[in-house]
Ligand binder design. Structure first.
Ligand code: DGL
Length: 260
């Protein structure tokens, strides 16, 4: 099986990391569109364009069987159009895990951290409204502009990143939030900092594992036997932090720069 995955940068690698725990005998072609990062502060039209260009590259160059949109922002802006243009392809998107958060919260107070574009998107609002009708929960939504750049620059445990998170998390800490949805695939990379700032036991929800399981189910239906070696190539459209890539996988990964 050939699997294409993309994100604006390093974030989607947190999804690939989850995939490597359940998917076997496949080739993964990952595109980190660092030239256009951050997506979350661009218009929906621009994000749609980037997403379609990458999908075309992955389908034409590698004849992928499945595409994982490992980016909440691109899912919100482009998944419908990708599904329309590529009806034969398995297409799995990433959405903020507010459903599991509703199920798991004890205090009834949930924080949602995401990019400005994701929080503005219709998809997010439809889901949040539907869930709010079923259970009385208060959502503390917080856009985190600038956090993706910090992560892409390798600034994870720096005073500036901590200070940014302190500002965004202060209301959640004061209001007894016990569950935080990491609504951007970059944010699991700063989960330790989030826990430190919140100063309490927290449930942090990210969706990599759910995506990996869904991919396994759908691919088995197509006859994928799921054994053997897992191989991969990481394409990047500009610079990428090799140290973070190394930290995510614990080994060197082949990186190729492409012009998209
Ligand atoms: N990792 C992305 C997401 O899940 C996009 C981050 C960005 O480029 O703003 O939303």
């Amino acid at each position: 099986m050939k699997i294409g995955v993309f994100d604006s940068g390093l974030g989607g690698l947190t999804v690939v990391q989850a995939m490597t725990k359940v998917i076997k005998g496949a080739e993964i072609f990952y595109v980190a569109d660092t030239k256009h990062a951050p997506y979350g502060e661009k218009s929906f039209e621009q994000i749609l364009q980037y997403s379609l260009t990458i999908t075309k590259f992955l389908t034409q160059t590698h004849q992928i069987d499945a595409l994982i949109v490992a980016c909440n922002t691109a899912t919100s802006a482009a998944i419908q159009e990708i599904r329309t243009q590529y009806p034969e392809l398995i297409v799995i998107g990433t959405e903020p895990g507010i459903k599991p958060a509703f199920e798991q919260t004890q205090t009834g107070k949930i924080g949602v951290l995401a990019t400005p574009a994701t929080l503005k998107g219709e998809k997010y609002h439809l889901l949040a409204n539907a869930l709010s009708r079923q259970k009385e929960v208060t959502l503390y939504e917080q856009a985190c502009p600038g956090l993706v750049e910090q992560i892409e620059n390798g600034e994870i445990h720096t005073p500036k990143t901590k200070e940014m998170l302190e500002g965004w998390l202060a209301p959640m800490r004061a209001e007894n939030v016990d569950t935080i949805v990491l609504g951007c695939t970059h944010y699991p990379l700063v989960s330790q900092v989030i826990e430190d700032v919140m100063e309490r036991r927290l449930t942090l929800i990210h969706t990599g594992e759910a995506i990996a399981k869904r991919l396994l189910d759908l691919s088995k239906k197509l006859g994928h036997r799921n054994h053997g070696e897992l191989k991969g190539i990481l394409y990047t459209t500009d610079k990428i932090s090799k140290d973070i890539v190394y930290n995510i996988f614990g080994r060197e990964i082949e990186i190729k720069t492409i012009d998209l």
